[in-house]
Design a protein around this ligand. Structure first.
Ligand code: ADP
Ligand code: MG
Length: 260
C-alpha cells in the first residue's frame, strides 16, 4: 500500500496490492487513469517505498535492486539527448553505467538497431526522427543497458494509433530477439491503458481497480508466440479482450447498475 499527502488530505494510491511476477515473464498492468499504475512501477523500481508491505526483486529489496542496476526504464516520452545521434543515445546508459555493464558485446547495440528498425538512421539526431522512431531509440536504449528487468510506463501512449500498433510487434520481436542474455529473457512490467495492447503483448494481464488500486483480475494470455497481427482477429484474442474489459468495467463506480 502507498498513499500520498496532498495538502491536508491523504490520497490512497494503492491498497493491498499482491502481485508475483516470474523471471522472464511479460506482464501488462492495466487500470483506469489515476489508479496507481505509475506508483506501482516506482515501488517495484525502488524509486518509492511502500507504506505497508514489501517489494522483493530476485531476493533483494527494490531499493537494493535499483542500486544493483537491475532495472531499465522506458518512460512515456523518449527523453533523448537532442545533440546525440540515435546510436549515441542508444549507447548512452551503457556508457554512464560502464561499471555495471553486464558484459554485452558491442555487436548487441548494432543488432538492436536492426531489431527496432533504425538501420540507416544510426547517425540521425532526435529532431530528424518521427515520434515513433524516437520511441524506438528509447526502447533500444533500455534493451542495450543489459538490465534483466524492464519497467515500461505507457511507452506508446503519445504515438498515433497506426504507429502504436506497429510498436507493439516491434517490442515483442525485440523482447524475443534479445533472449540470449546471461539472465535469459527479460522480465517486463508494462503499464498501458490499451486492452488490445496488453493482450497482444503479455503473458499475463493484471487489471487494477480505480483508486485506491488493487488487483481485481489476473488474466493468463494463451495466445501462441510469436504474436502477429492476424491473431487480433482470432477468437482467443477477442475472448481475452472481452474478459479484461469486463474486469475493468466491474471495478468502475456504478458497475452493476443497468447500463449499455
Ligand atoms: P496512474 O499512473 O495509474 O495514472 P499514479 O500512480 O500516477 O496513477 O497516481 C495515483 C494517485 O496518486 C493519483 O491520485 C496521483 O495524483 C497520486 N500521486 C502520485 N504520485 C504522487 C505524488 N508524488 N504526490 C502526491 N500525489 C501523488
Ligand atoms: Mg501513470
Amino acid at each position: 500500500s502507498r498513499s500520498f499527502r496532498r495538502g491536508r488530505e491523504r490520497v490512497r494510491a494503492l491498497v493491498g496490492v499482491d502481485l508475483h511476477v516470474a523471471a522472464g515473464e511479460f506482464v501488462a498492468v492495466i487500470g483506469p487513469s489515476g489508479c496507481g499504475k505509475s506508483t506501482l512501477l516506482r515501488l517495484v523500481g525502488g524509486l518509492l517505498a511502500p507504506d505497508e508491505g514489501t517489494v522483493r526483486v530476485g531476493g533483494l529489496s527494490a531499493e537494493a535492486a535499483r542500486r544493483a542496476k537491475r532495472f531499465g526504464l522506458v518512460p512515456q516520452s523518449p527523453a533523448l539527448l537532442p545533440w546525440r545521434t540515435a546510436e549515441a543515445n542508444i549507447n548512452l546508459l551503457r556508457e554512464v553505467n560502464r561499471r555495471h555493464d553486464r558484459g554485452l558485446a558491442p555487436v548487441e547495440a548494432k543488432g538492436l538497431v536492426d531489431l527496432v528498425g533504425l538501420r540507416g538512421f544510426e547517425r540521425a539526431r532526435p529532431a530528424e526522427l518521427s515520434g515513433g522512431m524516437q520511441q524506438r531509440v528509447a526502447l533500444a536504449r533500455a534493451f542495450a543497458l543489459g538490465a534483466p528487468i524492464l519497467l515500461m510506463d505507457e511507452p506508446f501512449a503519445a504515438l498515433d494509433e497506426m504507429t502504436r500498433e506497429d510498436m507493439r510487434f516491434l517490442l515483442a520481436r525485440t523482447w524475443a530477439g534479445t533472449s540470449d542474455q546471461p539472465f535469459g529473457q527479460r522480465t517486463v512490467l508494462f503499464v498501458t491503458h490499451s486492452i488490445e495492447e496488453a493482450v497482444i503483448l503479455a503473458d499475463r494481464v493484471v487489471v487494477l481497480s480505480p483508486r485506491p488500486g488493487h488487483v481485481v483480475a489476473d488474466e493468463a494470455i494463451t495466445l501462441a508466440r510469436p504474436r502477429a497481427h492476424f491473431l487480433e482477429d482470432s477468437r482467443a484474442f477477442l475472448d481475452h479482450v472481452r474478459r479484461v474489459r469486463a474486469a475493468l468495467r466491474a471495478g468502475q463506480p456504478g458497475a452493476g447498475a443497468a447500463g449499455p
